[in-house]
Write a protein that binds this ligand. Structure first.
Ligand code: GDP
Ligand code: MG
Length: 263
């Protein structure tokens, strides 16, 4: 995590990019504690296109109740980028500075930088890292005098295998992708019972049944017994999740009774 410290020390403001579907699981308290003053931290709930507006607002309230400034954006749909830009300027307190972008893998750090880049696409420069690093940090121009640091690494996914998967660990590196995929399916269905049948265009009864149907639909079978290859289906499902193809949401703690009827 040495490079994270380096990015933070070079930044006037740190954006922590979270997945709007799993804000709690994709935030890193370790990183937040490294950013000493909370005014210098902005939580960016990315992939907001996958979550209902009412739920996004709950999450914003939840974090802001804890004193954490929060915006939600969809870098895919280019939504919320004006608010993000304005919040960056407000927190920098002037129209210049360096913005470090950090987060677990697959939360959308590069995508967020891309939308901020806009027409400044060609301008980059670099600053040397602290001793011990051979690479320098790339500075990407996002406004006339504001630069973003595209981190040379990411926060390594930690926790148990399920948490690691949701924190962007490569699904093909998982020891038991089927176990993780089943847990993910169960979690998704708790709030959004229909989203998976809509995504995969199949009807299913159990998580294993869904994995078998995904495998059969793509013609994936084990060579040994021609049974549906649920390992491959599980890796695919986790990859689809990372790539923002599965819409679902979580309700922040304490907001369960807030759930409005139109979600
Ligand atoms: N649905 C959706 N998917 C997104 C969004 N932003 C990024 N993604 C997808 O999430 C995956 C990871 O994005 P990337 O920017 O590479 O994440 P990074 O690893 O944090 O730099 C990619 O497949 C993106 O297409 C978003 O706002 N909405
Ligand atoms: Mg990236």
């Amino acid at each position: 995590m040495g490079w994270v410290k380096s990015v933070i020390s070079k930044s006037d403001l740190v954006l922590e990019v979270l997945d709007s579907r799993e804000p709690m699981l994709t935030r890193s308290r370790k990183i937040e504690n490294m950013v000493k003053f909370r005014k210098d931290l902005l939580l960016v709930l990315n992939k907001a296109d996958l979550v209902p507006m009412e739920v996004l607002k709950m999450w914003k309230r939840y974090f802001e109740n804890q004193g954490l400034k929060t915006v939600f954006v969809s870098s895919r749909e280019h939504q919320g980028t004006k608010i993000l830009r304005d919040s960056i300027k407000e927190l920098l307190r002037k129209n210049e500075g360096v913005v470090g972008v950090i987060g677990y893998p697959k939360t959308g750090k590069s995508s967020v930088i891309n939308v901020l880049k806009g027409h400044h696409a060609a301008s980059t420069s670099s600053i040397p890292m602290t001793t011990g690093f051979t690479k320098s940090l790339q500075l990407i121009k996002i406004d006339s005098r504001i630069y973003a640091i595209d981190s040379p690494g990411v926060i390594p996914p930690d926790g148990d295998s399920f948490e690691k998967a949701l924190r962007g660990s490569r699904p093909e590196d998982l020891e038991d992708p089927v176990k993780v995929a089943i847990m993910l399916i169960e979690r998704i269905m708790k709030f959004d019972p229909d989203t998976l049948s809509l995504t995969y265009k199949v009807q299913f009864s159990t998580p294993m049944d869904l994995l078998e149907k995904i495998a059969l639909k793509r013609g994936w079978v084990y060579k040994s017994d021609r049974e549906p290859n649920v390992d491959q289906a599980s890796v695919q499902l986790i990859r689809d999740y990372h790539e923002g193809k599965i819409a679902y949401y979580n309700i922040p703690p304490g907001f369960e009774n807030d759930k409005t009827r139109d979600i």
